[in-house]
Design a protein around this ligand. Structure first.
Ligand code: GDP
Ligand code: MG
Length: 800
């Protein structure tokens, strides 16, 4: 009987200890590859002391829905490859959440053993788990283990092997009588489905799971059965099933898990007394978020980003900074002698008096004898001086001549000078005699565009590192809890906050996370508002505006974050007061995991995963669009003839023509600037593009106020195509998708308009009509915020 080779799948939530267990069970006996057709890692290994048993480490998942690559891979494996047994590992300190997956695994008709992991932690907390009772309610053998300490690990494996050999499937979770009756009706209309998978397919058909529907193409009468059930429960079928699962878990866990005597406060509880305190919680959260953004965007971030932009993807840099000081000194001396001549100083002084934008910065740089600051200000505002009074203020001739002349200090003479990527590539291309078109394409188009985006990777990694830490130590869960208290005051559910949190990384999983919200109206509202929070890709936009227009002030990043939060809360309140979204928020129950020090490898992995997906995007979609932008900006009309010309003014290019045609839309927001217009439009492809556009077309000509308005618009308007796709999938309805996009763009427009017009009053660039309209809009928003809840809505929520 021991002849047959068997396969056991190791399944469980992320961080439940699968990899730890897998390594213990298989020793070094493992093969790592990819699942066919996808890049999710596949790990296989032979069970120690059992040559005929293979263990397959499935990706960590929370459920078997068809929404993420990991879930799809796991389901396909379980259904199509049909392993002989499942060893389901669950985190004993977080049973409730972990058993959700267990209820789904138990429907597959595959023999299963549940390994309750982290026994050491459970015992340390003084808690106890009644294994016999748990085993009888979930209908399969249960073993308590500690994968880390190796406790009972071999026993769990033996039980799984025995279960697999016996072929005895677990008992699936039982739902309420109503739901069971509906499922029975559906099951009767599903002939031809293998008996062992009947429960699974029935439930998936009830949930209208795309993949299963496509595979089975079931009887059309089923659709009516589902609709009737949904009307009866006033909920969609997927939520019905989710509720049933949680109810089953709640019932099952009664008397199974007992916490150590109440009244005693653990360290975790004591921290929570402060961190979730009614008055202190929000201020603490603000301070933490401010610190996180301050460190990642302003200090560490700027330092590394400057190096990447000006050094690695710029002219070059000194190895380890050796020679930097001497070189700077020499340059300052050279500038003082050849550039900051009496004539130039007089011109700049005149320009300052006449109020030419930026002239004061150039003046200050000269006064401080800082060539770096001078270059930066000159690059930015030199044009302004040139344009004024037929060149009376112009200093460009002197500057250009001095920089072209012999005798400019060469960095190579002061230390080990490492040339930047563009310089190296240019040298190489010149060497092999590439024509100008190709050279421009590679250096300005590709390296310029992709480099500008990659320059923000270090900054983002720092941010992701902090977020990963806050997430895995358990703080973020507290914030959701605190936010629930706040949101509830406005009639919103704290559950809406989890998608927002996830959305700080990327809007796509953020939007997808909204599916944990059972109430359809709350869910739709959350989908519509989640992407207001700045995602990782919007961070470079914030950093760019902060650095270029606000001297890297930390408040820009922090305010952008809170602008997003405010947009979410304000939208929540406004929408909740419309008839479409009225109703009481769903109660929010969540286990707060104990605080703990996350492992370094976990944090690094999560940081890297987020960062890597960003880098991948830079290598594909951003690469392509950088090329398109570069082509669009170098093809155009010179003296009426169309053709390629690297020195084309933006206005004369194809891109410029397009920008010109639509820029009027943004005039009331202060950025009827071709580049800002193109950047905004390209932002729909991917938000990283916004920075990419400025990278390829280089930065110029936004006032700080217009810049901030531009920032506000780009943060709040419709997200990138990928996130819009996610919205479409989650809404599962074209009309709602368009409504969401329309709402986001409208809100973005109104907010940017108010910022620009009211800000104009203070900077002296405002006009009366704009201000009146802005005040009217503010009054309108105020009315929407403070009007009473709809009478109809009240009644509905009472009877619902
Ligand atoms: P996976 O994501 O499911 O593969 O989980 P890992 O094997 O990477 O484990 C996640 C974290 O939990 C790691 O930091 C492990 O060291 C820790 N861990 C795993 N099993 C145990 C256990 O039995 N007790 C304790 N205290 N920690 C564990
Ligand atoms: Mg793992």
């Amino acid at each position: 009987m021991a002849d047959k080779k068997i396969t056991i799948a190791l399944a469980g939530n992320p961080n439940s200890g699968k990899t730890t267990l897998f390594n213990t069970l298989t020793g070094s006996n493992q093969f790592v590859g990819n699942w066919p057709g996808v890049t999710v890692e596949k790990k296989e290994g032979r069970l120690k002391k059992h040559d005929d048993v293979m263990i397959e480490d499935l990706p960590g998942i929370y459920s078997l829905s068809p929404y993420t690559m990991e879930e799809v891979v796991s389901r396909n494996f379980l259904i199509d490859e049909k392993p002989d047994g499942i060893l389901n590992i669950v985190d004993g300190t977080n049973l409730e959440r972990n058993l959700y997956l267990t209820t789904q695994l138990s429907e597959l008709g595959i023999p299963m053993v549940v390994a309750v992991n982290m026994l050491d932690l459970v015992e340390k907390n003084g808690d106890t788990i009644n294994l016999d009772k748990l085993s009888s309610v979930i209908g399969c053998p249960v073993v308590a283990i500690s994968a880390l300490k190796g406790t009972n690990v071999a026993e769990a494996a033996e039980k799984a092997v025995a279960a697999a050999r016996s072929g005895k499937a677990p008992k699936p979770a039982a739902f309420s009588a109503d739901t069971e009756a509906v499922l029975q009706k559906i099951a009767d209309l599903l002939p031809g489905v293998p008996e062992s998978l009947k429960r699974w397919y029935t439930i998936k058909v009830f949930e209208r799971d795309d993949k299963v529907m496509a595979r089975l193409n079931p009887d059309s009468r089923i659709s009516d059965i589902i609709k009737a059930a949904e009307t009866a429960a006033d909920d969609d079928s997927e939520s019905i099933v989710t509720n049933e699962r949680y109810e089953f878990i709640t019932r099952s866990l009664q008397g199974v898990y007992s916490k150590k005597g109440a009244g005693e406060l653990s360290v975790s509880d004591r921290i929570d007394k402060i961190v979730t305190n009614r008055w202190l919680a929000l201020p603490i959260f603000f301070v933490i978020m401010w610190l996180v953004y301050y460190v990642s965007v302003t200090t560490v971030g700027t330092w590394v980003t400057d190096w990447t932009n000006d050094g690695l993807f710029g002219d070059g840099y000194f190895l380890f900074g050796n020679g930097r000081e001497q070189y700077d000194e020499a340059m300052n001396g050279y500038y003082a002698e050849n550039i900051w001549t009496d004539e130039v100083i007089a011109n700049v002084d005149k320009a300052v008096e006449a109020g030419v934008p930026g002239a004061d910065e150039i003046q200050a740089a000269i006064a401080e004898e800082d060539y770096g600051a001078f270059d930066e200000a000159y690059e930015f505002y030199g044009v302004e001086l040139d344009e004024k009074e037929n060149g009376v203020y112009s200093i460009s001739e002197t500057v250009d001549a001095a920089l072209e002349a012999e005798g400019v200090p060469a960095p190579e003479d002061f230390g080990t000078w490492v040339k930047g990527v563009p310089v190296i590539v240019e040298g190489f291309l010149d060497g092999i005699g590439v024509n100008d078109f190709l050279k421009g394409l590679i250096i300005d188009g590709i390296i310029g565009g992709v480099g500008a985006v990659l320059g923000f990777v270090p900054q983002m990694l720092v941010l992701f590192l902090f977020l990963a830490f806050l997430e895995s130590c358990g703080y973020m869960a507290r914030i959701a809890f605190v936010m629930d208290r706040l949101f509830r005051k406005f009639g919103l559910s704290g559950k809406s906050f989890i998608p927002v949190l996830i959305g700080t990384g990327c809007g796509v999983p953020g939007v997808m996370a909204s599916r944990t919200i059972e109430n359809e109206r709350d869910r739709r509202m959350t989908i519509m508002t989640t992407t207001f929070i700045p995602c990782g890709a919007k961070l470079p936009i914030i950093a760019m505006i902060a650095t270029a227009l606000f001297h890297g002030a930390a408040w820009v990043a922090t305010s952008a974050y809170f602008l997003g939060m405010a947009a979410i809360i304000v939208s929540g309140i406004i929408l909740k007061k419309t008839k479409m979204f009225a109703g009481e928020p769903a109660p929010f129950v969540m286990e707060l995991p104990a605080y703990h020090w996350p492992t370094v490898s976990n944090i690094l992995r999560s940081t890297w995963e987020r960062g890597w997906s960003f880098i991948k995007k830079a290598g594909t979609i951003i690469l392509l669009s950088s090329i398109v932008i570069w082509l669009g900006s170098t093809f155009g009309w010179t003296d009426g003839a169309f053709g390629w010309n690297p020195d084309l003014e933006l206005e004369e290019s194809v891109l410029g023509a397009i920008g010109n045609a639509v820029k009027w839309i943004f005039a009331p927001l202060g950025f009827d600037n071709i580049k800002a217009t193109i950047a905004t439009v390209m932002g729909l492809v991917a938000k990283e593009e916004v920075v990419g556009v400025f990278g390829v077309l280089d930065f110029e000509g936004l006032t700080p106020l217009a810049g901030y308005s531009f920032l506000a618009f780009n943060l709040l308007c419709a997200p990138c195509f990928a996130a819009i796709g996610a919205i479409r999938r989650e809404m599962n309805n074209a009309k709602w998708t368009w409504f969401a996009i329309g709402y986001q763009c409208l809100l973005a427009y109104v907010v940017a308009f108010i910022i620009y017009q009211i800000g104009g009053v203070f900077t002296g660039t405002g006009n009366v009509i704009g201000m009146i309209v802005a005040l009217a809009l503010i009054a309108g928003i105020g009315w929407l915020l403070f009007r009473p809840y709809k009478e109809a809505a009240r009644l509905e929520s009472i009877t619902a």
